[in-house]
Design a protein around this ligand. Structure first.
Ligand code: C5P
Length: 233
C-alpha cells in the first residue's frame, strides 16, 4: 500500500471546497470530507468531488447497532468512496457488519478504518465517564487489535502511535495519522504534532493534513511540500 497525503477539507459548504480544489492543477488528490461538509451538502458533494477525479475519505465515524451500520455502509459504498471509518467502541460484531455492508456486489469495497479513542478523550474522562480504568495506551492498542480481528484495514491514530500499532497489529495494518505540521508551523489546537518527514520515519501510511494546506497562501505548494517530505523522499 503506497503512502499518501490526505487533505482534510474542513469547509462548511460546497462553494468553499470547490474554490479550494480549483487552486490545484489537474492533480488527483485524496480528500477527506467530514461531518460538517457532508451534513451541509449531502451525498452530492461526494459525487461532485469524485467526478473531478479525486479520491475520497468520508470521515463520518459511524457507531450504532450492527444492522444499522451495515445498511448505512452499503449506502456509502454506492457513493464510490475510497475510505471511510467507524468507532471501534461499536464492538467487533458491529465492525464485521460494517465490512459486510461496505462490500459491493463485485467484491470490491472502500478501505475501512477505526477510531480507537478520540484524541479529545483523556485518561481522566475515559475513567470517570466511560468507566474504563485501564491505561489509555492499552485501550487504544486493544481497540486496534479488535479492529484487526474484525477484518478492518487500519486505524486513525497519532503518528507517534504508528510504530506501536504496527508492532501489535502488523505492518500491513494501516495507520492514518492527523496531527501533522511543517517544521515551525502554526500548531493551532493540535497538541502532539509531527512533521510529514517525521511521520514517514515513524511509519505512518497516510497523513491527514488540514490547515497547513487549506490555510496556506498557496495550498498547492503546501501540498507538494507534504508529498515531497512524506512520499517522495
Ligand atoms: O487542520 P488539521 O491539520 O489540524 O486537521 C486535522 C484533521 O484531522 C481534522 O479534520 C481533524 O478533525 C482530524 N482529526 C484529528 N485528530 C484525530 C482524528 C481526526 O485531528 N484524532
Amino acid at each position: 500500500m503506497g503512502k499518501d497525503v490526505i487533505i482534510a477539507c474542513d469547509f462548511s459548504g460546497k462553494d468553499e471546497v470547490l474554490n479550494f480544489l480549483d487552486r490545484f492543477d489537474k492533480e488527483s488528490l485524496f480528500v477527506k470530507i467530514g461531518m460538517e461538509l457532508y451534513y451541509a451538502e449531502g451525498p452530492d458533494i461526494v459525487r461532485e468531488i469524485k467526478a473531478r477525479g479525486h479520491r475520497i475519505f468520508l470521515d463520518l465515524k459511524l457507531h450504532d447497532i450492527p444492522n444499522t451500520v451495515k445498511k448505512a455502509m452499503a449506502v456509502l459504498s454506492r457513493l464510490d468512496i475510497d475510505m471511510c471509518n467507524l468507532h471501534a467502541a461499536g464492538t467487533v460484531p458491529m465492525m464485521e457488519a460494517a465490512l459486510e455492508g461496505l462490500t459491493r456486489p463485485d467484491g470490491t469495497r472502500p478501505l475501512l478504518i477505526a477510531v480507537t479513542q478520540l484524541t479529545s478523550t483523556n485518561q481522566e474522562r475515559m475513567t470517570s465517564d466511560l468507566m474504563i480504568d485501564r491505561p489509555i495506551d492499552t485501550v487504544v492498542m486493544h481497540y486496534a487489535l479488535c479492529a484487526k480481528t474484525a477484518g478492518l484495514d487500519g486505524v486513525v491514530c497519532s503518528p507517534l502511535e504508528a510504530e506501536k500499532v504496527h508492532s501489535v497489529c502488523g505492518k500491513g495494518f494501516l495507520t492514518v495519522t492527523p496531527g501533522v505540521r511543517f517544521e515551525g508551523g502554526d500548531v493551532g489546537d493540535q497538541k502532539r504534532v509531527t512533521t510529514p518527514k517525521r511521520a514517514k520515519e515513524l511509519g505512518s501510511d497516510y497523513i491527514v493534513v488540514g490547515r497547513p494546506i487549506t490555510a496556506a497562501e498557496d495550498p498547492a505548494k503546501a501540498y507538494r511540500r507534504c508529498v515531497a517530505e512524506f512520499v517522495d523522499q
